[in-house]
Design a protein around this ligand. Structure first.
Ligand SMILES: Nc1ncnc2c1ncn2[C@@H]1O[C@H](COP(=O)(O)OP(=O)(O)O)[C@@H](O)[C@H]1O
Ligand SMILES: [Mg+2]
Length: 358
């Protein structure tokens, strides 16, 4: 997948950017606060309709403006498509070749992106909600069905929680309705669970080859999917009706699942050193790249935000080995001397200054 051109308006400090990109490597150089991360974030937002930095997308709209737009021309499997995204304080709209995409669940995943950023440590050390968000986004990239099922699940979950609160306040006493909604919830839960399991299995089958190379065969890594219930979600929820009514919410299901990364059978978020955690993130991201390639037929666009200051030389070289393949890559850095000459020769250099990039 190649991002040929991007036009960004009113996005954080980027007032009006229009750039043609190199098919290989694009290096964005500039001091802090000049708009480098914002450019990568705008690509990420176009792909996922979400930001990697904030849960409140409207924050990316330039102060004093009502909306932001990102437009891009992208080649994928010998086809060229124009993508457009408009974000206002209240709404999101996506277009492909000027046709509005009514269902964002079908739009997400048309642009495949893998991002490395200083926020990544959250994948390991974050709370379960953060890790679920990561899995939902990454799995959603290759499965519109997953996003669709997740949306419906969330909708039914909301209905169920509203009903629980009504029973709690004695406004209603309909346990037959609760049974029906619980059953619907479980139907979607099982679809989500199966896809999560398959996804984690596939990542696990890729990740160790990569991780062993990064650690000289010293470490075995495994991602474990920790479900919030044992076997039969419906029966377990039924046993918890009383409890759920008291708390007014649904105590188990995919919205309570967790993902834990084990290194040599120990929880890396507790026992791993900072270096081990960084290597694990690198392994996870590199396996995502492979995963997306096997699912879609092409490599995703790679966004590397400030990795040159985050990674040591060994990890950096392993990453560069990947960049050297057919993957279009965007790199931000404050200091171009971090990047070796061989890479620079194939790259287009951009300068970021006060929200202007050229
Ligand atoms: N909504 C916004 N409107 C205007 N400026 C913003 C907004 N959000 C962030 N900024 C500014 O944009 C800049 C962020 O730049 P960033 O892309 O993170 O820089 P870099 O990655 O080059 O260090 C900061 O100076 C910040 O104050
Ligand atoms: Mg930055």
């Amino acid at each position: 997948m190649i991002l040929n051109n991007i036009k960004v308006k009113n996005f954080r400090c980027l007032n009006n950017v229009n750039l043609d990109f190199n098919e290989n490597l694009n290096i964005i150089v500039g001091n802090n606060g000049q708009g480098k991360t914002s450019l990568l974030e705008s690509i990420y937002l176009l792909a996922f309709t979400k930001s990697h930095k904030t849960n409140f997308e409207r924050e990316v709209i330039m102060t004093g403006c009502d909306f932001t737009t990102v437009n891009a021309r992208i080649s994928f499997l010998d086809k060229i498509n124009d993508f457009g995204f408009v974000l206002t304080k209240k709404s999101k709209k996506a277009k492909i070749n000027d046709i509005e995409q009514k269902k964002l669940s079908e739009y997400i995943g048309k642009i495949n992106v893998v991002m490395f950023s200083p926020e990544d440590l959250k994948i390991i050390k974050g709370d379960p909600a953060t890790k679920r968000k990561f899995v939902n986004l990454e799995l959603g990239q290759t499965s519109p069905m997953y996003i669709y099922n997740l949306l419906l699940y969330k909708k039914i979950l909301k209905q169920r929680n509203e009903l629980l609160k009504k029973i709690q306040k004695k406004e209603i006493n309909d346990f037959i309705l609760l049974d029906v909604i619980t059953e619907q919830l479980c139907d979607y839960a099982s679809k989500i669970m199966v896809e999560r399991e398959t996804f984690i299995d596939k990542l696990n089958s890729i990740i160790n080859g990569i991780h062993q190379k990064l650690t000289n065969n010293q470490e075995v890594i495994k991602i474990k999917y920790r479900k919030s219930y044992k076997d039969d979600m419906f029966q377990e929820l039924k046993q918890k009706y009383k409890y759920d009514v008291i708390v007014g919410s649904t105590s188990l299901g995919p919205h309570r699942d967790d993902f834990i990364i084990f290194l040599n059978d120990e929880d890396i978020s507790i026992y791993g050193s900072q270096g081990q955690q960084r290597t694990a993130i690198l392994s996870i991201k590199l396996s995502l790249i492979e995963f997306i390639k096997t699912q879609t037929g092409e490599f995703p666009i790679l966004l590397l935000d400030d990795v040159f200051s985050e990674l040591d030389n060994f990890r950096l070289n392993s990453l560069v080995e990947y960049i050297n393949r057919d993957i279009q890559t965007f790199v931000t850095t404050t200091d171009v001397s971090f990047i070796n000459d061989e890479l620079k020769e194939r790259a287009t250099l951009f300068q970021a200054e006060k929200g202007i990039i050229r």
